[in-house]
Design a protein around this ligand. Sequence first.
Ligand code: NAD
Ligand code: MG
Length: 306
Amino acid sequence: MTDAQATAKHTDQLTFQDPVTRFPSISPPKQHQPEPGLDQELIPQTDRGEHSYRGTGRLEGRKALITGADSGIGAAVAIGFAREGADIALSYLPEEEADAQEIKAIIEDAGRQAFLFPGDISDQEFCAELVDRAAEALGGLDALVNNAGRQIAIEDIADLSDEQWTHTFDTNIHAIYRITKAALKHMPAGSTIVNSTSIQAYSPSPPLLDYASTKAAINNFTKGLAQQLAPKGIRVNAVAPGPIWTPLQVSDGQPKEKLPKFGKNTPIGRAGQPTELAPAYVFLTSSESSYVLGETLNVNGGNPSP
Ligand code: NAD
Ligand code: MG
């Protein structure tokens, strides 16, 4: 990393700066973690905005449930939301407790409340329980970010097991349907839902058949539900990240030999950092986007997308 890049790393997101050099073009070494992977063990470490995200009061008093909030994009969104004034319920897997505790401390440093709900959202019953417990802890619920997901690369459909196919669908899309349905019982007009889809929804990589299919489904679900809920004053949108450096990539999300070049084939020439996603989720959750419904905001370093 050059001196200029090291300095730029801690510049807040509102400062005028060159997006090419805002973060270094990383070449991660080959590495592996068991699913789901920990941010704490990732080489190099990610930037989730802990030293840089500057809030401007855009989510003052909001009550948000964020799934996959312990690490990567979800953690960056949790930090952004807290610094914008929201209290947060964090959903994650029990194995991720160490990452979740770190994000909880950052949220509390921002003067906001953080409530932790470890559990498996591929379990149908847990989805409803999670939402009800989160709403109780927060004293209501007016923002939902369906961000959790699993991505396991398998080169050949012959090796893609029925178990993996089902587990990916249960985690990535069935849980969104279940959590959303349970959340709507708590949500007043003005509430928002933001779903994490992916560039994989339109440009599927050959080893991600199950994952990419769920991301296409999330996009479609977002656009259908947005129309259904519009008259009730509840807005539904999605964010479609490109290659973002997170634990997802080293826990079999990518073939290991691809890690050193991760994200370099984007027009901007580098992988994204999780904190670069936070403003998209903040915008779609804040009332400033009141006329934006059923939109998928692509945050992908410049790859053309529909
Ligand atoms: P991440 O590993 O940091 O986050 C994924 C989170 O999902 C995990 O932290 C975990 O808490 C949660 N999760 C997975 N299975 C779960 C289960 N059964 N129960 C409860 N929680 C579970 O990785 P990330 O890249 O920040 O991923 C966040 C979202 O962004 C995912 O939906 C992913 O598909 C999407 N996305 C990521 C990229 C990227 O390049 N990193 C690109 C496009 C889309
Ligand atoms: Mg995690």
